[in-house]
Structures are given as C-alpha cells and as structure tokens.
Design a protein around this ligand. Sequence first.
Ligand code: ADP
Ligand code: ZN
Length: 747
Amino acid sequence: MNSPLYIEVAVPFPVYNTYIYKVSEQYADLIAPGVRVFVPFGSKRTTGYVLGFANKKEFKGKILSILDMLDAKPIFPKSMLPFFRWASDYYIYPIGEVIKTALPKKIDFYEQTFFSITDAGKKFIKNNKNLSTKKKILNALIKKDLTIKGLQAKSGASVPASLLYSMEKQGFLEKYSEIKGKSSFKRKIQKDRLGEKIIRDVPYPLTKEQTDVVEHINASLFNGFKTFLLAGVTGSGKTEVYMNIAARVIEKGLSVILLVPEISLMSQVERRFKARFGETVAVLHSSLAAGEKYFEWMKILNKKAKIAIGARSALFAPFDNLGAVIVDEEHDTSYKDSGGFGYNAKDLASVRAKLANAIALLGSATPSVASYYNVISSKYTGLYLKERVKKRALPNVEIIDMRKKRDLKGINKFITPELKLAIADNLKLKKQTLLFLNRRGFANLSICAQCASPLRCKQCDISLTLHQKDNVYRCHLCGYFQSANAVCNVCGNRSIKKLGFGTEKIEAVISKLFPNAKTIRIDKDATKKKGSLVTLLKRIKNKKADIIIGTQMIAKGHDFPDITLVGIICADISLNFPDFRAGEQTFQLLAQVAGRAGRGDLKGRVILQTFNPAHFAILSAKEQDFIKFYNQDIVFRKGLNYPPFSRLIQIKIESKNKEKAAKTAYSIGKLCKNLMKKTAKDSIEILGPVESPIAKIASMFRWQILVKGTNSSTLRLFANKLFFDNQKAFKVSGVKATIDVDPIFMM
Ligand code: ADP
Ligand code: ZN
C-alpha cells in the first residue's frame, strides 16, 4: 500500500487559513487541485476546494480524512490558483470564500463517475469461484451502476480507484460520467435581449483609426502581459476593435474574457459578440438560472467555449489559456463588488491577465481618472479613437443655465421653454426624444406644511420619496414604505408639501405638455414586473415611443439609433455628493447620456439643464472630452492627496445597537492610530472614525474609518497587521466590522 496522500483544502468560511486533510486510497487517483471535496470541519461538514497536495510534516496535530469527493474532474483549472491567492491576499478575504464567489452560484450540480459491468465482467464472475475483491466489486455492479462511493458501500470491500482502473483496462467494467444535481435544468436557446434570434454577422472593414489601434495591440499580442486603455468617443467603433482582437486570440487557440457592466438584460455588446462568434461564446450573467450558469461554466471548462462574456464575475471564467481580458465601459462602478469580497473586476482584470501572460484591454468613452493616470504614468498604454464611425458628428450640447430660471413657475421649472421647444420640434420630425433624470419617483422631498419636518424612513437616515401611482412614500435604500395618506411623524399634521421631482413626475408633466406623443418611462419602478423591460425596449425599437423618460438604466448598454434629442433634466444631482469621485461620476454619466443622441445617421442634439453651468464636469461632458475633465480633476485629487495619488481602505462598522457601533468604531480607530504611530507615521493617514454620510441604513447604525496610504504595498501591510493582530476588536458580537480595499461607495 502507498503512503497516504495529504491535500491542502480551502473552506468557504470566514477563516484565513487553509487546512490539510488525508485522502483515503479509493480517491487517490482522482484527487487533484480544483476538485471539490466534502470534509469534516469543526462540528460541521462542508464543501472544500482542493488547492494542492501537501506535506504532512508541515502540520502538527490530528489530520482528518475527507468524507467524499464531489467532482470527478477539477471544476476550475489549477492555473487559476495563484489568481485566487492574489485576490484573497489583496482584498483581505478568505480564499475559500473567494473561490466560492468565483464558482457559479448554487452549484448543487456535479459530475459523477459511474461504473458498469461488461459482458467480460459477467464472465469473470461465472469463471471465478473464490470471492476476491474483484469479484465482490463486479457482483455489486450486477444490479445497477455505481459510483466509487456506492461500490464501497455495496461490495463490502475497500475499493481503491487504481483497482477499478485496472479492471477497466482488463475490460471487466466501463465508466461514464453523469451530471447529478438537486434539480434538473434546461438549456435555453440563445436569443437577444428583445427575444429575437441572433443572426451571424461578418466583420466590417476597419476604419483607419480602428486599424491603427488594432495593429498597435496586435504587436503586443502573445508577447507577454500588457494593459491597454482604449479611449474612444461614443460610437467610435470600440466594440468592433474588441471583436477584431478576440478573433485573433481565438485563431491562435487561446481564449478571451469580455467583461460588460451589470445591466438587467443582455447588452448590445454581448449581442454583437454572439452574432460574430456564435457557439464559441459562453455567457456568465447574473440573470442566468443556476443550471444555465453551470452549463456555461462547463462549456468553458470543457473547452467548448473560447470567449466568456459577462458582468463582474465572468472574470473568474475557468480558462487556462487566456490570451486577452477585455473590459468594456471600464469606468463603470458596477465592476466593484459591494458585498463582502469587495473586489473590483476592472482592477483584477489586469492581475488575471498578468498571471496568464495575456493582455488586458480596457475601453471606454469616459475612462476613469485612475486608468488614465496609469496611462500618464506609463503603466498602461493609451490608444484613442477620436471620431465616430462614418464621420458621424458628435451631438451638439446646449447648456441651459437654471440659475436664470428661478422665477419660472410650475412645469417650466423642470421643462424649460428651450427644452419644450426642442421636444416639439423633434416630435414634428417624427424622431425619438430621450429625457434623462437620475432620480425615480414623483417627489423626493416631502415636508410637513406645519412643522417643516421632512418625512423620513423609519429605518434609514434619508427622506422618503413619494410614488404617486402606488400611492406610497418609499425609501430608496431599504424598501420601507408607508401610505401616501400618512400624517407628519412629528406633529401629526395632515398637509404635506411635495417638493422635488423624479422620473414619475416628469412623465406626468410630459403627458400634459404633449398629450398626443407616445411616452414611456424606463426606471426601476416601471420595470419591476418580469418581462416589462423587454416590452418597453421593443416599443422603442419599433418606434412605438416618441418620448422616453428614464434613469441611468437607459444610459447603459442599449443602442437606440433613432434618438436624435436628449434632454438632461437636472445635471447636478450627483455633483454635490460628499465623495471625491462626485465630479468624475457626474462627468461620466452626462457624457454617456449625451452620447446616446445621434448614433444613427442624423445628427444629435442635447439640451443640458444645470445649476452649475461653469463646472468643469459639465463643460467637459458638453464636449465629450475626458482629457479636459481629467486635467482639472487630477489637480484637485493631488491637492487633497486622494487616489490615484494615494490608496484607500475603508473600515466599515455597522450595528443595530447605536452605542456598540460607535464604541467599536472608536476602539478600532484607536488601534489604527497606534499602529500608524508605531509603524507608518509618514506613509499612513487615518481619517475618522466618523458616522457615515448616511448614518443609518435598514436599522443598522454606520460608522467608518478611512485609511490613506502613500502606496498600495504599505497600505496592504498596514491593513493586514491591523486586521490579523486585532481579531478581537473586529469580532465584537452584534457588530459587523469589514475592510473595503479601494472603496468606491463611500456614503
Ligand atoms: P462604440 O462601441 O465605440 O460605441 P460601436 O462599436 O458600437 O462603437 O460602433 C458604432 C456603430 O458603428 C455601430 O453601429 C457599428 O456597427 C458601426 N461600425 C463600427 N465599426 C465600423 C466600421 N469599421 N465600418 C462600418 N461601421 C462600423
Ligand atoms: Zn429605509
């Protein structure tokens, strides 16, 4: 008998170690990195992920045996392990949980190997009188096919996998695999977002600008790691560039990951990739059912797919031969996971590419400040598409100074005479108009007419928004609602003033102003019902809508060639957020929305209403000029030593108990300051603890500490030491204290 085998296993629990287990002989031949095992863990039993083989000498104490093997073959390639370890280390998140996040959710399905007896096997039983292990095994298979585990139970013998394989060679039995799971799953036929069949397309001949970009990238393909930032104005043909690069990579026998922002339906980019590359595309989207996702995952693992497309988590597609990782709309904040892992798929894209010796290609019309800074500091290579395809003109943006409109009354307050006229003109031309307002509901500020108290959510520190159609006041953070007939919580007065406005109000106003126009609204409220978004998008496509009113839901991912007028109702909503990225996010959103106009053959027009007509975020959005925006924003970032000049981690402290939240925040704050004084006086800065800008969400009181470091490695060392040396301070009962590395949502 061989000496026993030991493996290193990660478990999906909040523990930062990996564990060693013994593997009994019957699994020895099949066990490999990337296979899931079932293991005893404390008083529980759990799924674990095999990371590799281990040397027993390095471990003291009793080593337990695995209880079962859940996969006959690895469910991710071994080559991904350094990537998982890197992510676990950087985001201070347990590696078992990292792997769990990476794998398709609810992966209750697994492949099992079954053994069946052959005619030769049956003959063997007849011809052999004495009851050898071989005969016991074959006897057990007479009634039905069994797995190794089943054989173990039924045959009454110890069944080493090696014996089974030698019996297979002798022709006594055969093996096959089958997918087992809690529920069966069906495969859906790939259709596009409007339920229409996707027709194969062929590449366009590239424009001169596109050719230059593609040639530049090609010179570096298959030549080691490099990150490119492709900055191309809206409609400049970035997608065509991605497809061209992807084609070259798969021609070479390598594979591609394409990340797209999280949206409710398949985006235009995904549809076009499907049309170009057909069945070699696997889609890993959060909207897929668990079974579908598993199917797509296996398609990649079994090398049936060469391209994986999806939001954030598609970065974990189990390829072991990556040639390129492409990130579309790289500025989009949906690449940042807001859960416990907190990874940023855009940043990790470069890491994954680096570990795979591949290229990373980040593209956007409005690149993030951080990415362009990396171009300036020669970490990335900048590539540019300055013109729209077919020399289509960028839309003409007219700024309306709302400060001069203060004395306008009623409807004119949101739909200025200029905008009204523009809509009327566009209606006459039978073209579509898009009205953008990044706030839903009817009135977002409701104030008691007597005591002036705003109506507030009972569980959150924000005011409620009136939703007139549903006749409720609703909290946009936790979903709490109360009847719109409610009285003031403070003084009991019945009369409530409804101030502010959202998309629902704009819709009501527009229907009054243009009673003959076909108007639709696209926001979270209007698309709650399953299938309603598809219906609305179809109506736009089939020109059954003249005026579309929407939130950022329509600013992302969909292409409407017949929109020639875009009206931005209020450009200032996100500008005054207490966040150093407020300007950046406002610029990106406005430039993207404005870029929706005139994507077809007719020139577009944009009316942008703002109270800050001279703000550089507004002015650069008007010109769709991200470099102009960058050059001003970077000065402000430098002055305050914000990223990209520093790195941040945020420690978030939450509790239902107000005192506990504050107390824990102060105790961790003190530890931070002490550690900073001891080890990193010049390279670390501690801001806080302070109450978060939104001090309460869903009944949780919220505090935060911001740690600024001069660079990523000092900050990581600091955070690691702080966290691992002070576990007690982070694990107070009834308090959630978490570390967010490179935070984006800082409210
Ligand atoms: P972006 O991704 O930069 O917004 P797209 O790739 O969507 O731009 O291109 C804009 C439009 O131009 C699309 O309708 C696309 O099909 C078309 N297009 C792109 N490249 C070419 C080309 N070389 N020749 C003709 N049409 C093109
Ligand atoms: Zn709430």
